[in-house]
Design a protein around this ligand. Sequence first.
Ligand SMILES: NC(=O)c1ccc[n+]([C@@H]2O[C@H](COP(=O)([O-])OP(=O)(O)OC[C@H]3O[C@@H](n4cnc5c(N)ncnc54)[C@H](O)[C@@H]3O)[C@@H](O)[C@H]2O)c1
Ligand SMILES: O=C(O)C[C@H](O)C(=O)O
Length: 308
Amino acid sequence: MKVTVVGAGAVGASCAEYIAIKNFASEVVLLDIKEGYAEGKAMDLMQTASLNGFDTKITGSTSDYSKTANSDICVITSGIPRKPGMTREELIGINAGIVKSVSSDLIKHSPDTIIIVVSNPMDTMTYLVHKTTNLPKNRIIGMGGALDSARFKYRLAEALGAPISDVDGMVIGGHSDKGMVPLTRLATRNSVPVTEFISDERLNQVKEDTKVGGATLTGLLGTSAWYAPGAAVSGLVQAIACDQKKIYPCSTLLEGEYGLNDLCIGVPVVLGRNGIEKIVDISLNDAEKAHMQESAEGVSKTNGLLEL
Ligand SMILES: NC(=O)c1ccc[n+]([C@@H]2O[C@H](COP(=O)([O-])OP(=O)(O)OC[C@H]3O[C@@H](n4cnc5c(N)ncnc54)[C@H](O)[C@@H]3O)[C@@H](O)[C@H]2O)c1
Ligand SMILES: O=C(O)C[C@H](O)C(=O)O
């Protein structure tokens, strides 16, 4: 199993590290435009192999896509991150050009690959990869909901005073400060609805804290987060590589599911060796449907800024 990660910055290096530590891939290629940067990150990570006990071979490349040839999975993290006070949507001007050229370079060398899009604004960048590559829809996956759901579980566990391993929950919708739809109605603590333990007011606070999870970290760090994003990507990569058939919320091209068309947005999907093997069309209540519709309008508006 060969995995390429484009962008050896904070998120790209974190992805490579978590993939390697989980020890399911034979090879990870890190590629960056900055001279020597990916090679340096790869060497540093390889020097953790004997300490962390993994056999994944990590190599680096400065813009040489021949090194990525025949990758089973390619992850795109190249692009600028936001600074405090910015929205993800403001990154479109620079990141669209980067994601467009990177995705076409990748498929020249790996025509059968599955692409995972991380660069922001992620739902729009995922849509752009569709328009650029024309790959079948099961092979283009946007990562956002897996991360947002992990943050939702963190906030739920905090509110419940429970261990995170006892908590389950999912966030669908757009990967944006306003567009996320944390499904509080379906969240559970060891199979019991969380509403049995906390007030509606506290649950609403959990929802709002989850939606601004990325912005909160950006305010604290001065740039956006990387540990949980890297871990979330590694989860998706492992589900595909190991044909796990796991359900993750991912951004995918919708063609009527959830009443939506011609956009990529986060919904639950089954991930296996063929990428997105099924879109899980769960029943939403009226409030959730309205929130999802509003979220989709936001994503479509950002898509409208693309020069296609
Ligand atoms: N979808 C998500 O959940 C999620 C989570 C975290 C970050 N992000 C996004 O991921 C992106 C990367 O964030 P980061 O913190 O790693 O940024 P970073 O600045 O640390 O790293 C980005 C890297 O991309 C490289 N790069 C730029 N143009 C390139 C090109 N054409 N080819 C190859 N490499 C190129 C840069 O040299 C840099 O090393 C940002 O857009 C950020 O908003 C998304
Ligand atoms: O918040 C950001 O800009 C980065 C990323 O989308 C995140 O949610 O951490």
